[in-house]
Design a protein around this ligand. Structure first.
Ligand code: LIP
Length: 299
């Protein structure tokens, strides 16, 4: 199945949305200031988040009127804040992934546009208009950064975390019950020892940097479907794996083929490696051993 029309439309809409984000980011006016806070003081929304979501939805609906739409700000405004994801063809949009970065003028900001069928991402566009980095992928067609195939360099071996640069985030919820497990897991990874840890403030860009080979792995608890849908197909088409924190009962031996539940509020991803799927599985197994379950309500 080819998704050329969906991909080309998503790229065009992402570029339009990126221009709005870039303008607000550059001319640090009201549109880049905190409009209100959602679940807690660190969970920010700006006028630009809502304006970009409305723009993306409008442009996509004009071409695909029969598709469904899920967006961060629309869902967050509903009483139950549930995505209502079905098997129907659905656009899943994070208008500004990295809103805190956007408010602070830190250039890791992206619009993420995913197209999902039967709960599986088949098209993904993640565009950082500040650094002008456009990641795109569609099922079976490869992954690209500014039309350069990903990963950008031939994959190197990844036998352990000792040579790995990884990313994770602590998220916006700062309760002890949430932070405790996250920091205990991080301490185990750092003591493994991992070579380095980064937090870019954007789940979608963390995942795309795994796809490009700039990060070796990324994990987080607390992500929403809109944070990860578009970047999931980018990582997979770049030869990496996107999985949940626990190995599904029914999964086979190929970790890159594990079913990923994007509503589970967590993700682990690992880049393509020179020694292939078994090596990716080894890194995922190591990270899974260090992770402690963190309870978030499903999307
Ligand atoms: C962000 C995520 C990030 C997470 C932040 C925030 P937003 O999404 O991309 O991974 O750690 O807390 O949720 O809210 O900027 O779209």
């Amino acid at each position: 199945m080819s998704y050329t029309k969906e991909l080309e439309t998503a790229i065009s809409v992402a570029r339009e949305a990126g221009a709005v984000i870039r303008e607000a980011f550059t001319n640090r006016g009201k549109a880049a200031t905190v409009d209100y806070k959602k679940e807690n003081a660190a969970d920010l929304v700006t006028v630009t988040d809502r304006a970009v979501e409305a723009l993306v939805f409008s442009k996509l609906r004009a071409v695909f009127p029969d598709h469904k739409f899920i967006g961060e700000e629309t869902v967050s405004a509903t009483e139950d804040a549930k995505t209502q994801l079905t098997d129907a063809p659905t656009w899943v949009v994070d208008p500004v992934d990295g809103t805190t970065n956007f408010v602070h003028g830190f250039p890791f900001v992206a619009v993420a546009i995913g197209f999902v069928i039967e709960k599986v991402p088949v098209v993904g566009v993640v565009y950082n208009p500040i650094l002008d980095e456009l990641f795109h992928a569609s099922a079976g067609q490869g992954a690209f950064l500014n039309n350069q195939p990903l990963p950008l360099m031939p994959p190197t071996p990844l036998p352990s975390l000792a040579t790995a640069l990884v990313a994770t985030e602590y998220g916006s919820d700062r309760q002890d019950a949430i932070l405790g497990p996250k920091f205990r897991a991080l301490q185990k990874v750092v003591a493994d020892p991992v070579r380095g840890v980064r937090s870019l403030g954007s789940a979608a860009l963390n995942m795309c940097y795994v796809a490009r080979g700039a990060l070796d792995a990324y994990w987080e608890a607390g992500v929403h479907l809109w944070d990860v849908a578009a970047a999931t197909i980018v990582v997979r088409e770049a030869g990496g794996a996107v999985v949940n924190w626990k190995k599904p009962e029914s999964s086979g031996t190929d970790v890159t083929k594990e079913v990923y539940d994007g509503l589970a509020r967590e993700v682990v991803c690992v880049r393509a490696t020179k020694n292939g799927v078994e090596e990716i599985a080894g890194i995922i197994s190591t990270i899974r051993e260090y992770l402690e379950a963190v309870s978030y309500p499903r999307d």
